[in-house]
Design a protein around this ligand. Sequence first.
Ligand code: PEP
Ligand code: CO
Length: 448
Amino acid sequence: MRAINWSKASWQSKAASQQATYPDQDALHEILGKLSRLPPLVTSWEIEELKGKLDLAARGECFVLQGGDCAESFDDCESSVITAKLKILLQMSLVLVHGTKKQVVRVGRIAGQYAKPRSSETETRDGVTLPTYRGDLVNHPGFTSEERIPNPELLLRGYERAALTLNFIRSLADGGFADLHHPENWGLGFVKHSELADEYERIVESIRDSVEFMEAVSGTRASTNRVNFYTSHEGLHLPYEEAQTREVPNRDGWYNLSTHLPWIGKRTAELEGAHVEFFRGVRNPLGIKVGPEVTAEWLLELLGRLDPEHEPGRIMLIHRMGAGNLGKTLPSLIDAVRNSGRRVLWECDPMHGNTETTVNGIKTRRFDNILRELEQAFEIHQSCDSVLGGVHFELTGEDVTECMGGARDLSEVDLERDYRTRVDPRLNYEQALEMAMSIARHMAKMRS
Ligand code: PEP
Ligand code: CO
């Protein structure tokens, strides 16, 4: 399955939005040359394995949990931050396994989520205008002209940090850290003081009982010591993505080996644009963000370009409509996709349509709006005889104060206490766990 009239560089003849302008093109090309020779971060067999699982999720036979930072920062490439993120994703997945009675596929926004689309090309402070910060892969957040110049060396630094992160995650996942026999490994210090601790402990106990029961009946030890964990990031920086897109032995076509699951963001999904051109030719599964402005005609045209063969597991449509918009827009999209004879994986991102700014200028999101969008999404898919096969969160394993609400009812004043994100506000550890518990309860209710 090869795309017609495509090469990994064919995107270069199209308009590419949200790209950095590098002043030194020779330096950029030298770095891209290095990147294209360095070993891949993931393999085609992992990518194909994930594609198979995404197809199962599209059929409702398993469930996808995708989550992580809005923008990873190079400074956060340290063991405590990575383990905290892995722990919260594992804990959430345990809660979801319990609530959904399905296998959960874990996908991190991790090990490469370093480039960001921005709503403005420039930023002005006190009368000074500089190029906008586009993520650690491109430039620095500090407000000086030197820090804002796109620096191609950062592409290598990003590749290296992605590799270090992934190496650590793979070791943890393989080495028993994620063993269902020992969920105590995943505890985060402050869980003990959380109002959610009792409910979480009950879930852990019940899963431990089921594992022991299975082992007693079968007389074998359940192979629960290894969990699969996949990576994803927005496929935004096309020169970086191209440099790691390769042919592999014994498989047809081209794979983007910088991540298992790239997605096309809302701001770069132009039908005639460079991102759609690039991704139509790579064999990875592909996420597509779907905002409230999307029409059925446009979506079908896009799917025709990105997945002409209706390949199982290829497309994940990530709707991010906002709690007030879902009922108006989603049902007609679900119907149109189904009537076109396609089966896609529908995933709900309840974060990006629910962003607001406080009077003090702080970007935040309300726990209740996020949950409301999710609950509406489950109900709309059910009433349209469709499947919501996954959820997508911006979250962190740390105790930050970026989103309002949740069990501790964080208020506008609390936001000032530990607001760290450079781009979008994330659910903190407790809010994320509470969200998983709410989804699990809601799904159990819908089943009964
Ligand atoms: C994101 O996922 O961080 C993002 C920018 O999303 P969207 O493209 O949906 O706005
Ligand atoms: Co974001």
